[in-house]
Design a protein around this ligand. Structure first.
Ligand code: FAD
Length: 282
């Protein structure tokens, strides 16, 4: 799937715990695949909590749904030996792209026990182990990572990840295009020119979105919150309003030079595709 200017579009899934959930994921992936995205990606539970499910989902999307698929890989809580063996498994299966992250250990898993502390160290590790085999994506935070001391420290961290060998970046989601433009401008001023793809979260469920946004540091503007609150349980109105708001933001991002879009699908095809169709660029 490409935009008018041939910008790549990609879609993220998470590995499910149940067979029924997995079937839904694969069905959604087939619907999205018809639009020919550049790649899919599959999240990884830090500390290896989804290791087998992530691997199986990646291989099925890549080999059966036939869209190049990128595993997420996080270093917190994983030993180098585990990371090495996963990298080899992916390389042997013909996987060419990795999303390299620090990760957040799920609550209850205790303190981080991995040998690598931050994503820049993981990028370096992947380059040392596998050379140029993988295209490496890293995370970017236009509104700053919630644990960062301040914006400048987080910006420096992003630059460190790029200099460690990342080829490209995907942002945390946001609802304010200006924060993306500001972040990109600051990165360019530092002399780093890797593509920074906006991560796009369709709006479908206000309660879940508000909870998740609190934990990952994504700000929901007051006017959006107030409108979503007013809709209560009216999911059709939430979806309609959400599609309109997100489509408008995507339009601004692409018109302003964003090199593509990465959709957080939450394993559903329709919310992301509704935005995509609204853009009228397929
Ligand atoms: P890092 O880049 O290592 O940064 C983490 C924090 O540490 C930042 O605050 C940074 O400023 C700070 N920092 C970095 N280096 C140093 C240093 N040397 N000294 C002091 N502070 C430092 N999580 C998962 O568990 N699984 C996933 O599959 C997953 N996929 C994601 C995909 C995308 C596109 C994004 C944006 C996030 C994803 N996450 C995932 C969430 C991510 O793991 C968390 O946001 C995590 O807290 C940070 O990961 P990172 O790779 O950005 O870490």
């Amino acid at each position: 799937m490409t935009t008018e200017q041939n910008n790549p579009i990609s879609f993220e899934f998470f590995p499910t715990k149940t067979d029924a959930g997995h079937e839904k994921l694969i069905a959604a992936a087939h619907v999205i695949a018809a639009e020919k995205p550049e790649f899919f990606s599959v999240t990884y539970g830090a500390g290896g909590s989804t290791r087998d499910r992530t691997v199986n989902t990646v291989l099925q999307l890549d080999q059966e749904v036939k869209i190049p698929t990128a595993p997420h890989l996080s270093c917190v809580g994983d030993a180098k030996e585990d990371l090495r063996s996963l990298l080899n498994q992916y390389r042997e299966a013909g996987i060419k792209r990795i999303v390299a992250l620090r990760g957040d250990l799920p609550s209850g898993m205790g303190q981080a026990s991995g040998e690598l502390r931050y994503a820049n160290e993981l990028v370096e590790f992947i380059r040392n182990e596998t050379g140029d085999h993988f295209t490496i994506e890293v995370a970017a935070y236009p509104e700053a990572h919630p644990q960062a001391r301040h914006f400048e420290a987080d910006l420096e961290n992003f630059i460190r990840k790029a200099r460690a060998g990342a080829d490209s970046a995907i942002t945390q989601y946001f609802f304010n295009a200006d924060c993306y433009f500001h972040f990109v401008e600051r990165v360019r001023k530092a002399g780093v020119d890797i593509p920074i793809i906006p991560g796009i979260m369709p709006i479908t469920n206000y309660t879940k979105l508000a909870r998740f946004s609190d934990s990952c540091g994504a700000e929901i503007p007051r006017w959006i919150r107030k409108q979503l609150e007013a809709y209560g349980d009216d999911s059709a109105s939430i979806a309609g309003f959400g599609t309109e708001v997100i489509s408008h933001m995507c339009e601004r991002l692409l018109d302003g030079g964003a090199p593509g879009l990465h959709f957080y699908t939450l394993n559903q095809a329709e919310p992301s595709l509704a935005v995509w169709r609204n853009l009228g660029r397929s």
